[in-house]
Design a protein around this ligand. Structure first.
Ligand code: AHR
Length: 481
């Protein structure tokens, strides 16, 4: 038996909607084939963007999209991706499969995608192989509304109005694929590059993000915060869930036993200690706690599906991934007073994708359905609560007078009885939806797209208590009025 106590009168901070954000790189079939099929494709599209994918993401209210990488960002030269498509430069995508990148999806296409998704843009700039001038001119191209060489170029390419860049990343993983820099060198480069990330629009100040650490590399955060903390709004953190953290053999997405399942859960739960550690170091240099933590890459990373390009990072997605998603989002919610944004890697066809496509077919993964259950927490107030007992995790929030609770039972094989005590509220109307399946490796396929989907669920309601029995490896969303 697990017990959850919630004080419905004790509202804490707002949970930023951007915690439920996404990341999409020029990697494998994420952009090409995933989001973008081109205007002349037989697959239904609007201005080249797949209608099925856009509609599915709008349904989970995707708040923000990070682009163009990842490692690709520090090799990306934005001028190659503007102007007439037939004249755009072709390049080799050295990081991801050595395939030809024809640059048909560039800056204008990215903002068209954000427009269709109704989400904010998080653009990641190139520090590793780009120049200060290149980055500075990209920001001018995207955001300047007056008369200038870059705004004139944008207009000549059909972009009359400037766009809003909500977040701008100054480099990515500059400790490795972004230039193999040491922290003090990067920190000085950050100071220089960010100087020219100008705020041309006083109504939309760009939130500047410094490249942060690789998992537990606390020295990186310490040094970068000390040297450059005052020049940033956020610093990033990357942590991938790999069973036993074994990069040489990550195991397959759909093939695992109980031990590997729990090894995966343990790796995902390491996120909490990582966040705590990095926040301590950030606070050492930023007593006001002004700088936010941005977890702009997280998710499971398994071996690629047999027979697929190893550079494309295409993997299936099961209820184990759903558990990783809900447990990780609970951790982000818990620290939401300091986390402004998180971006799952990656939205379509790559790593812990929420959507998989195959030609004209599209399926929603169990991870998609977790984001669907969690969307009610966006911009809601976190409520003070305590969880005691088994393998259970929860988030409770309040919005517009309604209470929303998500509870996960991550036990591999046992169901769990849950009692939720609500202090200060006698529930009137209660409804619930559950994501559950008979086996932990249950997943959706192109032949069986509805194998794992949320279903209505009955919970017991008394004057001040809600109780239920949650099946093994399941997650529930409960709405209370
Ligand atoms: O998400 C895949 C890759 O993982 C990204 O390109 C990189 O930033 C990270 O190492």
């Amino acid at each position: 038996m697990s017990k959850i106590v919630i004080d419905t009168n004790k509202k804490l901070n707002k949970i930023s909607r951007n915690i439920f954000g996404h990341f999409s790189e020029h990697l494998g079939r994420c952009i090409y084939g995933g989001f973008y099929v081109g205007e002349t494709s037989d697959i239904p599209n609007i201005n080249g963007m797949r209608t099925d994918v856009v509609e599915a993401l709008k349904a989970i209210k995707i708040p923000v999209l990070r682009w163009p990488g990842g490692c690709f960002a520090d090799e990306y030269h934005w001028r190659d991706g503007i102007g007439k498509k037939t004249l755009r430069k072709k390049m080799v995508n050295t990081h991801w499969g050595g395939v030809v990148e024809d640059n048909s999806f560039g800056t204008h296409e990215f903002f068209e995608l954000c427009r269709q998704l109704n989400c904010d843009a998080y653009v990641n700039g190139n520090v590793g192989s780009g120049t200060v001038q290149e980055m500075s001119e990209w920001v001018e191209y995207m955001t300047f509304g007056g008369i200038s060489p870059m705004s004139a170029l944008r207009e000549a390419n059909g972009g009359k109005e400037p766009w809003k860049v909500a977040f701008f990343g100054v480099g990515n993983e500059n400790w490795a694929c972004g230039g193999n820099m040491r922290p003090s060198y990067y920190a000085d480069e950050y100071r220089r590059y960010q100087t020219y990330v100008r705020n041309y629009d006083s109504n939309h100040k760009i939130f500047k993000i410094a490249c942060g650490s690789n998992g537990p590399d606390f020295e990186w955060t310490d040094v970068v915060m000390e040297i450059a903390g005052e020049y940033m709004d956020g610093i990033s953190l990357h942590h991938y869930t790999i069973p036993y953290a074994n990069w040489d053999n990550k195991g397959y997405a759909t093939e695992f036993d109980e031990n590997v399942y729990y090894a995966t859960i343990a790796e995902c739960r390491r996120m909490e200690a990582l966040i705590k550690g990095h926040l301590l170091l950030m606070d050492k240099h930023d007593k006001e706690k002004r700088v936010k933590l941005i977890v702009d890459e997280w998710g499971t990373w398994f071996n690629v599906e047999p027979g697929t390009n190893p550079g494309f990072l295409y993997q299936q997605n099961t209820m184990r991934d759903a558990m990783v998603a809900s447990l990780t989002l609970d951790i982000f919610n818990k620290f939401s007073s300091r986390i402004e944004m998180a971006n799952i890697a990656q939205t379509v066809n790559v790593l812990q994708a929420v959507i998989l496509t195959e030609n004209d077919k599209m399926i929603k993964t169990p991870t998609y359905h977790v984001f669907d259950l969690y969307k009610e927490h966006m911009d809601a107030k976190l409520l003070d609560s305590a969880v005691v007992g088994g393998k259970v995790s929860a988030t409770t929030s309040e919005k517009d007078g309604g209470i929303y609770i998500t509870v996960t039972n991550y036990d591999y094989s046992n169901s769990e009885s849950i009692e939720i005590s609500l202090l200060g509220l006698a529930p009137q109307m209660v409804s619930a939806k559950i994501l559950a399946s008979g086996t932990a490796n249950a997943h959706n396929t192109f032949d069986e797209p509805e194998n794992v989907v949320p279903a209505d669920f009955n919970v017991n309601v008394t004057a001040d208590m809600i109780s239920m029995k949650l099946p093994a490896h399941s997650v529930i969303g409960i709405k209370i009025k």
